[in-house]
Design a protein. Structure first.
Length: 405
């Protein structure tokens, strides 16, 4: 993708970009041009995803008395003076306690052009471990949204919920997307995309347009079907050992999770303030020209919070040969205040779609070592033999593997 640049009166460089989410090749250019930098740290090639860039923890964390946002006249570090009570060295790793808010300066900093804004979200594995994270920037009263032309540091609020975590400098918990102009698709535009490239499947069948539930995005529903012996999800145990974020494929899931089985009538009852991992009934397919974002829970849907919001990259669940019928989405769910019943195919969350500024030169799954393409379990990559005990997850059986090309 080519761009034109010129100087503005405030000595910032104005950039002419196609509206949309910047793809991987443009993110590499953004790093080379200094829009995203990491000081003495190199930004490695593996940090670049099809439509996002990983953000890494810096060398220390501040334990906080409470969460906060800076106002329009203050920096993050000015606010820290009254709220931080302990500085924790992360260079050799440190344990972050459950339910304690921490603030970590990130390695990456931004020098965005006036036409480029950004937003951030947790990585998938972060949400699946029930680690609540959000990015804070100077003189900004909103989490995870970064204004056009922002120049400054990035800070990550980290709150481990179900498990203590072992964190270390360089570990990536969040991702950033760079955008030019308005990228969000309307519901009518979504229907047109779905006609050409089906976005949602059930079993091996693309949903008909009349079967889609639309309201500023596509709704997804729960899969909690089958006989009582089926495992339809996992419930977090509260007194497990810390999870070391650096090590993948090493933990036994029964040490951290209890299996969830459906009641008669294909339903489950969520206990209040307990964290659950479930799967969507629909397979999601993100075509190369689009990206998606799981939106945070709508409080009109019931007494629960669904998903920590997250990015879905171009290529997630997608196959040109159409021999893969999407990948199901992991849903992170917590009931609030009272026990709450959810039933099979109950809508619980929504995917918003955005157009890419151009197709990325790499896609999720077929071009990268992506952890969750064609997933049949919702556990994070930190657990060994993720499919153990979950062979009966669905009466439909395993989904076909991704077809390259």
């Amino acid at each position: 993708m080519t761009t034109a640049t010129h100087r503005t009166t405030d000595n910032q460089t104005a950039v002419s970009l196609t509206p949309g989410v910047l793809p991987a090749q443009r993110l590499r250019e953004a790093v080379a041009q200094g829009w995203v930098s990491a000081g003495n740290w190199r930004i490695p090639p593996e940090s670049v995803q099809p439509a996002s860039l990983d953000l890494r923890l810096g060398d220390h964390a501040w334990a906080l008395r409470c969460s906060f946002l800076p106002d329009s006249g203050s920096s993050v570090e000015e606010k820290l003076q009254d709220l931080a009570f302990q500085k924790i060295d992360l260079r050799d790793g440190a344990t972050l306690e459950r339910d304690r808010p921490y603030l970590v300066p990130l390695l990456e900093e931004l020098r965005l052009p006036p036409e480029v804004h950004a937003k951030t979200n947790p990585k998938s594995s972060t949400g699946r471990l029930d680690v609540f994270t959000r990015v804070i920037t100077d003189r900004n009263h909103r989490f995870d949204e970064i204004a056009s032309g922002y120049r400054g540091k990035l800070y990550l609020e980290v709150v481990p919920r179900s498990f203590a975590i072992r964190a270390k400098t360089g570990v990536a918990l969040n991702q950033i997307r760079l955008l030019s102009g308005e990228a969000r698709l309307t519901d009518q535009e979504l229907l047109l995309v779905h006609e050409e490239f089906p976005l949602l499947y059930v079993d091996s069948h693309a949903l008909r347009a009349s079967e889609l539930s639309l309201a500023g995005g596509l709704f997804l529903s729960l899969d909690i079907s089958g006989p009582p012996e089926n495992i339809v999800g996992y419930r977090a145990k509260r007194n497990s050992l810390p999870v070391d974020l650096e090590h993948t494929g090493t933990l036994r899931w029964p040490d951290y999770w209890d299996p969830v089985h459906p009641e008669q009538g294909s339903r489950i009852v969520l206990e209040p303030e307990v964290f659950y991992l479930l799967l969507s009934a629909e397979g999601v397919s993100i075509p190369p020209s689009y990206a998606a974002e799981m939106l945070a829970y709508d409080p009109t849907a019931g007494e629960l919070r669904t998903h920590y919001a997250g990015f879905f990259d171009p290529g997630f669940g997608f196959s040109k040969s159409k021999k893969q019928y999407g990948s199901r989405a992991a849903l992170e769910v917590r009931a609030r205040d009272v026990p709450f019943m959810v039933e099979h195919r109950q809508p619980v969350c929504k995917l918003a779609f955005e157009r890419m500024a151009s197709d990325p030169d790499v896609l999720y799954g077929q071009d990268l070592g992506s952890n969750y393409q064609g997933q049949q379990t919702m556990l994070s990559k930190h657990f060994v033999e993720q499919t153990a005990g979950i062979a009966q997850l669905s009466l439909r059986g395993p989904e076909p593997p991704l077809e390259a090309g």
